[in-house]
Each structure stands twice: as structure tokens, then as C-alpha cells.
Design a protein around this ligand. Structure first.
Ligand SMILES: Nc1ncnc2c1ncn2[C@@H]1O[C@H](COP(=O)(O)OP(=O)(O)OP(=O)(O)O)[C@@H](O)[C@H]1O
Length: 211
């Protein structure tokens, strides 16, 4: 299980502080929602937690079973789904699963066949991802996150492009597959983060100032 500590974390783009003085411990297996209005900095914060974009000030530390691990290593222990992270469109579904699971281990008992069934993608095994609908792509992104055996799952706008049936399916994924994992969700939609026991508002850490 993984714990994350942000200490005086801050991010600045040019002259704008997106967040500042952020002190937060995300406990192992807890469920955190990062909320805030459009453009407030939710994605910026989740990217900093994922190690995709470094903080300008302060630090983000990771503790896997209480052992500190570096920002360079954290990618091995997480999966992330976000609108700005595209799937490789030229791969077929089977090719993508083969590729993804060269780097990640699947959760116990999950063959590709079972994953495809759980994502409601039967019959599309050899279709290129470029020909998937936006809802199919979103189910695939979420499936790759939950069916990988990692202690940290990061979701940015998890139900974008999903219809009501898809939203219910997403909620069932959380219920079935997130119990012993740390889950962080960026969202403006309370349906998406109803499972979260900790909710922060990015505006509470936003100080605009000219340098
Ligand atoms: N690479 C970048 N360079 C400069 N500014 C950036 C960069 N990335 C994000 N920003 C700015 O940071 C602010 C926060 O953006 P971010 O995408 O984190 O917001 P958000 O809360 O996720 O928004 P939304 O709800 O619309 O997805 C915005 O003003 C955005 O223009």
C-alpha cells in the first residue's frame, strides 16, 4: 500500500501560482477527491502527484509499505487515466493489452479475455483503437487502470464520454477493485467521487500574486 506526502507543495506557471502551501498526507488505501472549478489546477496537481510535472516548491514523497521511493520510480506503482493522456491509436485492443501488460502485472485471475468482457469490448479484439468510440476508449482507459496490480490509481475526469450505464459501470469498478489501493480522483462531478472519504478544493490552496 502506498502513502503520499505533500509538503509545502507549490506549482507556478509563468507568473501564476496554481497552488501553494499545500500540506497533505494521502494515507495508504484512502480515497481522495481533488475538486475545483475549470482551470483551477486539478490536473496540474494530479500530474505533480504522478511525477509527470515537478512541483516548483516543496516536495511530493511516496512511501510504499513505509519504504520511501523516488519520483523516478513512482510510475511503476501507479496507473493513470486522463483526457490528455491518449491511447496508442494504431494498436488493436489485443496489441494494446499485450503492450500494457509487458510493464504492469494484471490483478489475480484476470486473463485478457476476462478483462475484455469486463470492459464490454467483446468482439473488438482486433479493431484498431482509432476506430473505438469515445465511450469505448474511456472504458478501456479505466479498465487498464483497475486491472493492473498497482497500489495507486489516479483518475482525472473518469466518467467523461460515459453514458449513465458507463457511469454505473465505473462506480462498480471502484467498489470491486479499489479497496486496498490509494485512489485519487480529479472531478467536478459529485457522482464521480462519491466513494471518497477526503475531499480537497484546489481553490483553498490558490494564491494569485505577481512576482
Ligand atoms: N503547461 C502549462 N503551461 C502554462 N500554464 C498551464 C500549463 N498547464 C496548465 N496551465 C494553467 O494552469 C491552470 C490550471 O489548469 P488545470 O488544467 O490544472 O486545471 P483544471 O482544474 O484541471 O481544469 P479543468 O476542470 O478545466 O480540467 C490553467 O490556468 C492552465 O492554463
Amino acid at each position: 500500500m502506498i502513502e503520499i506526502k505533500l509538503e509545502n507543495a507549490a506549482k507556478r506557471f509563468q507568473y501564476e501560482w496554481i497552488f501553494r502551501n499545500l500540506n497533505l498526507t494521502i494515507h495508504a488505501a484512502s480515497k481522495l477527491a481533488i475538486t475545483g472549478s475549470n482551470g483551477s489546477g486539478k490536473s496540474t496537481l494530479i500530474k505533480a502527484i504522478a511525477g509527470l510535472s515537478p512541483v516548483t516548491e516543496g516536495s511530493v514523497s511516496y512511501f510504499l509499505e513505509e519504504k520511501k521511493i523516488s519520483t523516478e520510480e513512482i510510475f511503476n506503482h501507479l496507473t493513470i487515466s486522463a483526457p490528455y493522456l491518449e491511447l496508442p491509436e494504431e494498436f488493436s485492443l489485443i496489441e494494446l493489452l499485450n503492450f500494457h501488460f509487458k510493464f504492469k502485472v494484471s490483478i489475480p485471475g484476470f486473463s485478457f479475455e476476462k478483462m475484455i468482457g469486463e470492459m464490454y469490448l467483446n468482439g473488438h479484439e482486433n479493431k484498431p483503437i482509432s476506430q473505438f468510440s469515445s465511450g469505448m476508449k474511456q472504458r478501456l482507459k479505466l479498465g487498464l487502470c483497475f486491472f493492473s496490480q498497482v497500489p495507486l490509481i489516479l483518475l482525472d475526469e473518469p466518467t467523461s464520454n460515459l453514458d449513465q450505464k458507463g457511469v454505473d459501470w465505473y462506480l462498480s469498478l471502484i467498489e470491486k477493485f479499489s479497496s486496498s489501493r490509494t485512489l485519487i480522483i480529479c472531478s467536478n462531478d459529485p457522482r464521480e467521487y462519491q466513494s471518497c472519504n477526503n475531499i480537497i478544493k484546489i481553490e483553498d490552496y490558490k494564491i494569485k500574486q505577481k512576482l
